[in-house]
Ligand binder design. Structure first.
Ligand code: HEM
Length: 346
C-alpha cells in the first residue's frame, strides 16, 4: 500500500483516517509535503534530497560526536537521578537539526514546546492552531533574514536556491522548515529515550554498545524494528477500488498500515519478538516505505548509533532510577516515547 499511488496521503481528502478530533481539525490547509501526493510531493521533496544523502550526513559525524560528549560531560557532573530525556535524548537531535537548518538552538524551549503541542492528540484544535501559527511566524522571519552569503546552512540554501528563484513559494518554504524542524528532533529523541530504557534492563544487548568497535552495523535497525515508535501507523485513503486478497478496499476508505505489527510479522522476521542485534536482512517499516520513506533516515541512524554508543561507554553502569512500569510513557502522540527518564549510575 505504501508504494501504491492508488493510496493517497492527502489528509484533507474525505475518508482520511485522522488520529482523533484534534488531528482531524488541523487537516485543513495545504500543509507540508509529508501530506502531499505526487507530483507536488515529488517536486518539493526533490529540493531536499541532496541535503540528506549518506555522504552529507556522514560529514556531520564529528559534530554529533562532539555534542554527545559535551552533553554527557554535563550529565555526569550533575546530580543523580537525572532526567535523560531533558539532559541528553532531546538536546542531542535538537542541537543537530538546529545547526543543520540554521535555527538558533537558544530558541529550543520555544520550538520544542510548539512542536509538542502540534503533535499532541489530546490537545484541542485551538492549541494546535496557535502553536502552528507561532512556529510559522518564527521560521518565516528566520527564512526572510537568511542570506546564503553569510550562512552555509539548509534554510539559507533553500531560500537562495528555491525561494528567490521562484521555484518554492514562501509559504511552502515555511511549511518545509516546520516539517524538518519537528521531524528532525521529536522522533529521534523518543527513539534514543526508549532504547535507553530498554537496554540497561537487557545487559546482553547493552554490552555490544560498550565494545570498542561499537555494536554491529545492524544493531540500531533492530531497535527501530522492535520499538517502532511511529506507532499510530501510516495513514492513507484509497483513491480507487483496490482488490487485496479476498478484500476490496473501496475508493474513499481510510487505511492504516500498522508498521508496528508488520515489524513483528514472523513471515518476514524469524523469531520476531527476539532481540537480534545482528539481524540481517531487516527490512522493517519504522521509517515507512515508498515515496514518503523518511527523508532523514540516514541522519537518524547515525544519531542513534552515536547517542547510544557514547552514552553506554561514558556511563557503563547506567540504570533506570525507577521501575520500568512507573515510566511516564506517552501514548497520545504519533511518536511513542517517554516524557521523563530518571537514570542513575555508579
Ligand atoms: C517521514 C520515521 C527521524 C525527516 C517519516 C516517516 C516515518 C518516519 C515513519 C513516513 C511518514 C509516512 O509515510 O506517512 C522516523 C523515525 C525517526 C525519524 C522513526 C527517528 C528515529 C527523522 C529525522 C528527520 C526526518 C532525523 C530529519 C529531518 C522526515 C521527513 C519525512 C519523514 C522530512 C517526510 C518524508 C516524505 O513525506 O516524503 N519519518 N523519522 N525524520 N521524516 Fe522521519
Amino acid at each position: 500500500m505504501l508504494a501504491d499511488r492508488r493510496f493517497s496521503v492527502d489528509a484533507t481528502r474525505p475518508g482520511y483516517p485522522a488520529r482523533g478530533p484534534a488531528s482531524r481539525a488541523r487537516r485543513t490547509g495545504r500543509g507540508s509535503f509529508i501530506t502531499m501526493d505526487a507530483p507536488e510531493h515529488t517536486r518539493l521533496r526533490r529540493m531536499l534530497i541532496s541535503e540528506f544523502t549518506v555522504r552529507r550526513v556522514e560529514a556531520l559525524r564529528p559534530a554529533i560526536e562532539r555534542t554527545a560528549a559535551e552533553l554527557l560531560d554535563e550529565l555526569a557532573a550533575g546530580p543523580q537521578p537525572a532526567d535523560l530525556v531533558r539532559r541528553y535524548a532531546l538536546p542531542l537531535p535538537s542541537i543537530v537539526i538546529s545547526a543543520l537548518l540554521g535555527v538558533p538552538y537558544e530558541d529550543h524551549a520555544f520550538f520544542e514546546d510548539r512542536a509538542r503541542a502540534m503533535l499532541d492528540d489530546s490537545a484541542g484544535g485551538e492549541v494546535d492552531r496557535a502553536a502552528t501559527a507561532e512556529l510559522a511566524r518564527y521560521l518565516g522571519t528566520l527564512l526572510h533574514r537568511r542570506d546564503i552569503r553569510r550562512t552555509g546552512d539548509l534554510l539559507g540554501r533553500l531560500n537562495a536556491e528555491q525561494v528567490e528563484t521562484g521555484a518554492l513559494s514562501r509559504s511552502d518554504a515555511v511549511a518545509t522548515a516546520i516539517l524538518l524542524l519537528i521531524t528532525g528532533h521529536e522522533t529521534t529523541a523518543d527513539q534514543i529515550a526508549l532504547s535507553t530504557a530498554f537496554l540497561p534492563d537487557n545487559p546482553g544487548h547493552a554490552e555490544p554498545f560498550r565494545h570498542p568497535d561499537g555494536p554491529p552495523a545492524t544493531a540500531v535497525d533492530e531497535l527501530l524494528r522492535l520499538l517502532t515508535i511511529t506507532h499510530t501507523g501510516r495513514r492513507r485513503v484509497a483513491t480507487a477500488d483496490v482488490r487485496h486478497g479476498d478484500v476490496t478496499i473501496r475508493a474513499g476508505d481510510g487505511v492504516l498500515a500498522a508498521a508496528d505489527i508488520a515489524n513483528r510479522d514472523p513471515d518476514h522476521f524469524p523469531d520476531p519478538d527476539a532481540v537480534d542485534l545482528g539481524r540481517s536482512p531487516n527490512h522493517h517499516l519504522a521509517f515507512g516505505h515508498g515515496e514518503h520513506l523518511c527523508l532523514g533516515h540516514h541522519l537518524a541512524r547515525l544519531e542513534l548509533r552515536i547517542a547510544l554508543t557514547a552514552l553506554l561507554r561514558r556511563l557503563p553502569r547506567l540504570r533506570l532510577a525507577v521501575p520500568t512500569g512507573e515510566l511516564p510513557f506517552r501514548h497520545a502522540h504519533p511518536s511513542y516515547g517517554i516524557d521523563r527518564l530518571p537514570v542513575a549510575w555508579d
